[in-house]
Design a protein around this ligand. Structure first.
Ligand code: SF4
Length: 145
């Protein structure tokens, strides 16, 4: 299963903010650190704010910070939210599959997809910035705190 680019970016933003300590990097700084276009980062940050995982303070000295909810957020929950409910195979697209009405493969793929999410459910944002990832993140950041 391949994650959407926005899902991976959301997790990278959360990881970057999890190691930001007291500093509040801006969206532009996080985008530069993650080597992604500002517009992509801004869209993902807005969604993370909407979910209550990231706090954004405007003005001089402002920037982004992980909320308490963001720090303990389940990676599985974040992935589910950004990936949506869609099946891994498009059985009913513009050219619906003829097996659509009674396909055992479809059920098996759904169970496999759920198992993928379930494996990520107990993993938190804090878990994924433990050594060696956290120090590595700070090392590659051009705006490390
Ligand atoms: S074979 Fe089954 S899973 Fe594959 S597209 Fe057709 S209905 Fe969907």
């Amino acid at each position: 299963m391949r994650l959407l680019r926005s899902t991976d970016l959301a997790l990278r933003v959360l990881m970057r903010l999890a190691v930001a300590a007291d500093a509040m990097p801006t969206t532009r700084q996080v985008a530069a650190d993650m080597d992604v276009p500002y517009t992509h980062a801004a869209k993902v940050v807005a969604e993370l704010q909407h979910l209550g995982l990231v706090d954004a303070r405007r003005g001089r000295g402002g920037g982004l910070a992980l909320t308490g909810k963001g720090r303990t957020a389940s990676v599985g929950a974040v992935v589910r939210t950004f990936e949506g409910d869609g099946d891994v195979v498009d059985c009913e697209g513009s050219a619906p599959c003829p097996l659509n009405s009674g396909c055992r493969l479809r059920g098996a793929l759904r169970r496999a997809q759920e198992a993928f999410f379930a494996a990520l459910d107990p993993v938190t944002v804090t878990d994924i910035v433990a050594d060696p990832t956290g120090p590595l993140l700070l090392g590659i950041s051009r705006h490390a705190s």
